[in-house]
Design a protein around this ligand. Structure first.
Ligand SMILES: [Zn+2]
Length: 522
């Protein structure tokens, strides 16, 4: 293929309609970046089948606005929050300056790709299937439950390729030898503020310097569109600014478009050209000894001297169990514990700047569950409404945290009594384990509604003791009920009856004593 033929392919993310947007009153409209920004106030939000792409697009649009306006102080952000529509001249000016940096197949400035990689596949290069770009498509080394297909058949339309490529900065995970995750490590659960429309969501996601990662470089912070379009293989970047972090390039990528008459194997759209192959190598990472990076949209567990751990999705663990860790402010002067959690700094910013506003804040939590290595199991996508008063209320944060801890300790109690009573070896062991898992699922499911009530009552009444006592009572009752149901499922034969009786009695005694202890500590 000659150079003139290469330039036949264009897919300019600034103008081509590729971002799915929820129309008011239903339906989806696709727009390019420029129009999506201009008309952001008209749409409810971003719509894509994969929430990873939603977050990828959200971070890209946020980075553009962050670069466009670079709010420095509270007052700048408050002015921006009041904007009802992005002024056309601002978008046009940005497009004049950087509009040529968003074409997926530009020979000089391929978007989120390295321009020094040969623009056509070269023999001997490490060419990969396009399926590696997104974790919902099977490929050689990645594991998936979503789709079954043969890798050789995978071909992406430019829209799907664009979605995959914008999800890389937030969601690239470990991928075998030498393939490191992106700037936030194995991906955290991202907490994304959601406003009444897309514009509000984006503006709520702008972060002023006080709330940006403390490890960021302040000077020479360049977003992708201001950097050289180069991603050297396995390059360590010592100095990373905030805009650089939002447009971080953990992979050295180059997409290879080709004329193909058929349909996209991901979305099924008919295509005239598509992408089957790409270069997909290790790209940027921060040095191992670099200071910890706290993304403003992630929560962290911090332990003495050890590196912080972002809160990530855990198998079988409903996201509400992380409610206080993800959303609430913990008192500064609480008894120093070995481990503490820090909520996403974007929530500190919202809570500090909203002052008296007690309206609820909607948050969307999106994550990717992996085995911490190359295996990807599932994505997680849940929404929460957090009452505005709770965002600032440290006492409530403390109380709700205590409530969740109490539920966890009762969970351990019933699990351990069940194991001691019915567990052990023998041919029934597998069945007991199954029953125990079902009991635990039953228990946590049973607490979801009472938990919501606890949160609502505390936030509306600012009364802590009564709702807390009610919660403690509910938890022990649900625990006892779930234990008894599971024990009953074991059977009525004589050999089981005695065990059942003992187990139920033990469970009741332990739970009652836990309840008394918790309430007397008040
Ligand atoms: Zn497609």
């Amino acid at each position: 293929m000659t150079d003139t033929e290469i330039s036949v392919f264009h897919f300019d993310l600034w103008n081509e309609p590729w971002i799915g947007l929820e129309k008011e009153g239903g339906g989806i409209e696709r727009l390019g970046i420029g129009q999506a920004l201009l008309r952001a106030h008209e749409f409810g939000g971003i719509y894509e089948l994969s929430p990873l792409i939603v977050v990828g697009i959200h971070r890209l649009l946020t980075a553009i606005l962050q670069d466009m306006y670079s709010p420095k102080a509270d007052k700048d952000l408050k002015l921006l929050w009041a904007v009802r529509q992005i002024p056309e001249e601002d978008v046009l000016e940005f497009a004049r300056n950087y509009g040529d940096r968003f074409d997926l197949f530009s020979p000089e400035y391929p978007f989120y790709q390295s321009a020094d990689v040969s623009p056509v596949p070269v023999k001997g290069e490490n060419i990969k299937s396009i399926a590696n770009l997104l974790p919902d498509i099977p490929s050689g080394t990645e594991h998936t439950h979503y789709r079954h297909g043969v890798q050789a058949e995978q071909v992406f339309c430019p829209v799907c390729a664009a979605g995959g490529i914008v999800a890389l900065p937030a969601f690239s995970t470990s991928g075998g030898a030498g393939i490191k995750p992106s700037i936030n490590g194995v991906p955290p659960l991202y907490v994304i503020p959601t406003g009444g429309n897309l514009l509000e969501s984006l503006l709520l996601s702008l972060v002023i310097p006080n709330y940006q990662p403390s490890a960021r470089a302040v000077d020479g912070d360049l977003a992708w569109w201001k950097r050289e379009p180069l991603i050297p293989r396995s390059s360590e970047v010592v100095s990373v600014g905030y805009l650089h972090s939002l447009t971080f390039q953990p992979r050295r990528v180059r997409l290879y478009p080709e004329v193909l008459d058929g349909s996209c194997s991901r979305c099924g759209q008919p295509i005239k050209f598509g992408i089957r192959k790409m270069i997909f190598d290790m790209g940027e990472s921060r040095p191992k000894d670099a200071p910890a990076w706290f993304d403003p949209f992630a929560a962290y567990k911090v332990r003495d001297k050890k590196p912080p751990i972002p809160i990530r999705p855990v198998e079988g663990k409903a996201a509400w169990r992380e409610y206080s860790n993800l959303f609430l402010k913990k008192p500064e002067d609480e008894t120093p514990r070995k481990e503490k959690t820090i909520r996403p700094s974007v929530l500190d910013q919202i809570s500090d700047l909203r002052e008296g506003d007690t309206g609820a804040v909607s948050l969307r939590c999106v994550g990717l569950r992996t085995d911490m290595k190359a295996k990807v199991f599932e994505w997680v996508d849940t929404g929460f409404e957090v009452p505005g008063s709770l965002l600032r209320d440290e006492v409530a944060g403390f109380q709700i945290d205590k409530g969740i801890q109490f539920a966890s300790s009762c969970a351990s109690t019933i699990a351990s009594v069940f194991r001691k009573t019915f567990g052990g070896s023998g041919k029934d062991a597998a069945r007991y384990t199954q029953l125990k898992t079902a009991m635990m699922d039953d228990y946590w499911r049973g607490l979801a509604l009472p938990f919501r009530k606890l949160v609502t009552t505390i936030s509306t009444t600012q009364n802590y003791d009564e709702p807390f006592a009610e919660w403690v009572d509910q938890v022990t009752r649900v625990a006892e009920r779930c234990f008894n149901n599971a024990a009953a499922a074991i059977g009525d034969e004589g050999k089981h009856l005695r065990k059942r009786y003992n187990g139920e009695r033990l469970c009741r005694i332990y739970l009652l004593s836990a309840k008394k202890k918790e309430l007397n500590n008040e």
